[in-house]
Design a protein around this ligand. Structure first.
Ligand code: LHQ
Length: 261
C-alpha cells in the first residue's frame, strides 16, 4: 500500500502521509515516496502549490520507533545516517522548493512529524491537533530543523521549554505563540486548507518563490545584505509576466490572472 497518497488538481499537488495505524510515523518507504512526490512538485510546472496532510487521527508521529527497538546487546545505531539520508534532505527540499507549501495538521504532530510541519510555509491545524517535541523523552535532541525553527518562531524561552519538557502544545496555543498560521475547527480544516492551497496555486508562483528565498536568507543576513538581496530579487520579480499582469489588473480594476511565469 502507498505510504503517501498523491493527487493533483488545479495546480495543487496534495500529499497525504498514509500509515494511519502507525500515526503516519516515518519508515524508509514513506521517506522515499515523499521524496519522489516532492521531486514532482519541483519539476512539474503545472504544480504551483503543495498541500501536505495526514490520514486518520494523526498528522505524523515522527520516526517509526518500532523499527528502532535497540536491544541491549546490539551495537548502537548511528542516528546521523537516518538524518543525513532522509530527514535533512526532506527539510531542505521543503524550504528550498520555489512554490508555497501548505500543511494541514489534522491531528498530533510529534518528534520529526512536528518539525516537518514547521518546515512548511503556512501551517494550519485542527483545534484537536497538538505539537510535541517528543525527542527529549527518548534522550534525543530535536531534529529535522526543530532547534532552528523553534527559537525563531516562538522565542528562546518557549523553545527551551518545548524542547526540554516534550509536552503537548495545543493547536490554539501554537497559534497564540506564533508557531503556526492558524488553528481551525476540525471540520473546517480540510476545505480551508485546500482552498488556501488552490488560492496560492492561482497566484504569482515566481514571486512566491522569491519571497521564500528572501525570508529564508533574512535569518543570517545583515540589514545591508538583505537590502541588496531584496533589490536583486525585486529585479527578477519585476521581469515576470505576473508582475505585468498584476499591475495591469490593478489599473483595470479587475482580478489578476496569474500564470506563474
Ligand atoms: C508509534 C509511534 C511512533 C511507532 C505512536 N513509532 N509507533 C530521527 C532520526 C533517527 C532516529 C530517531 O528519531 C528521529 C526523529 C524522531 O521523530 S524522534 C521522535 C519519535 N516520535 C516519538 O517519540 C513520538 C512517539 N509517540 C507518542 O509520543 C504518542 O504516540 C503520540 C503523542 C504521538 C500520540 O499519543 P496517543 O494519541 O496517546 O497515541 P498512542 O501513544 O496510544 O499511539 C497509538 C499507536 O501508535 C500505538 O500503537 P498501539 O499498537 O499501542 O495502538 C503507538 O505505539 C503507535 N505509535 N507513535 N513514533
Amino acid at each position: 500500500m502507498a505510504s503517501i497518497l498523491v493527487s493533483q488538481e488545479a495546480g495543487v499537488l496534495s500529499l497525504t502521509l498514509n500509515r494511519p495505524d502507525k500515526l503516519n510515523a516515518f519508515n524508509p518507504q514513506m521517506h522515499q515516496e515523499l521524496r519522489r512526490a516532492l521531486e514532482q512538485a519541483l519539476n512539474d510546472d503545472a504544480v504551483r502549490a503543495v498541500l501536505l496532510t495526514g490520514a486518520g487521527r494523526a498528522f505524523c508521529a515522527g520516526q517509526d520507533l518500532s523499527e528502532r527497538n535497540p536491544r541491549p546487546d546490539a551495537a548502537p545505531i548511528d542516528l546521523a545516517v537516518s538524518l543525513s539520508s532522509f530527514y535533512n534532505p526532506l527539510v531542505r527540499r521543503l524550504r528550498e522548493l520555489p512554490k508555497p507549501v501548505v500543511c494541514a495538521v489534522n491531528g498530533v504532530a510529534a518528534g520529526a512529524g512536528a518539525n516537518l510541519a514547521l518546515a512548511c510555509d503556512l501551517v494550519l491545524a485542527a483545534r484537536s491537533a497538538s505539537f510535541v517535541q517528543a525527542f527529549s523523552r527518548l534522550g534525543l535532541v530535536p531534529d529535522s530543523g526543530g532547534t532552528w525553527f523553534l527559537p525563531r518562531l516562538v522565542g528562546p524561552a518557549r523553545a527551551m521549554g518545548l524542547a526540554l519538557l516534550g509536552e503537548k502544545l495545543s493547536a490554539e496555543d501554537a497559534e497564540r505563540w506564533g508557531l503556526i498560521w492558524k488553528a481551525l475547527d476540525d471540520a473546517a480544516l480540510p476545505e480551508e486548507a485546500a482552498g488556501l492551497a488552490r488560492a496560492l496555486a492561482a497566484g504569482p508562483t515566481r514571486g512566491y518563490g522569491l519571497i521564500k528565498k528572501a525570508l529564508a536568507a533574512s535569518w543570517s543576513n545583515s540589514l545591508d545584505a538583505q537590502l541588496e538581496l531584496e533589490r536583486d530579487l525585486q529585479r527578477e520579480a519585476g521581469f515576470s509576466q505576473d508582475y505585468r499582469e498584476g499591475v495591469r489588473a490593478f489599473l483595470e480594476k479587475r482580478k489578476p490572472e496569474f500564470r506563474g511565469k
